[in-house]
Design a protein around this ligand. Sequence first.
Ligand code: CTP
Ligand code: MG
Length: 288
Amino acid sequence: MAIPNSAEEANLNANANSDRAPLTTSESASGATPARTAVRTATARTPVRTAAVIPAAGRGVRLGPGAPKALRALNGTPMLIHAVRAMAVSRAVSLVVVVAPADGAAEVRNLLDEYPLADRTDVLVVPGGDTRQESVRLGLAALPADITAVLVHDAARPLVPVDTVDAVVAAVRAGAPAVVPALPVTDTVKQVEPRPAGEPEPVVGTPERARLRAVQTPQGFDRATLAEAHERVALEGDGATDDAGMVERLGVPVVLVPGHEEAFKVTRPLDLVLAEAVLARRRANDGF
Ligand code: CTP
Ligand code: MG
């Protein structure tokens, strides 16, 4: 554990390191709400120093055969570079930690050196894990002690506008322990009993659409809160697809701020077409 830089942080670290049993999926599925843990607000500490962790270690199976998704090009520039720039362009972000494919950290380091950022932003590269949750955990472990707020941003959302990043940072700095950009869903969503591909699936429910939101990244957190979530919340199988969901399991409140349609996730081949169209529209509008 890093050396605490204040008595308060020492306390929080002591809390986070206590040997409570991890929360498991089955515990939360039982409907029991875990006791709310210590409230940690960004305002309790000054100055706030913010880092962005970018999980980029996925293969991109749904995108089809080819290089790891984060290294695929959008208009000639790797998706990861777009994502790193999207974080670095925010004045609040002083450090970016890129979580690279475990066998490709050196390649990613070289790539980042080819596309240098403005001086004020440092970039670290660490090898990732088998699941997104594990990759984020490894990225968090690489943060220096003086980082008090963390953004977690998918490399697969390369085009998030800076205003969205800044809105998330502002809400964390105003004291929210967990902040998520989100948009209302446009499709009606059905809950089903899953069946193998191709088989008709029985519908078990239709949540009221007006109460549903599709969440994006960057998600912003008080660092100690997110670190505790990654220490205590154990999920089976593929792990958590969303960090805020892990914080919810601690009983800590999560708030939403408006997301942006350009913060969509590149998942399937058609998303690459959309991303390149967004870049073309920006060039036409901005003149570069
Ligand atoms: N990710 C990661 N480590 C993993 C799996 C995913 O860092 N072991 C990252 C991805 O690189 C991506 C983000 O988590 O930036 C969101 O994941 P997703 O969109 O699912 O990307 P992939 O897992 O790469 O895609 P797929 O699920 O289609 O294989
Ligand atoms: Mg995935």
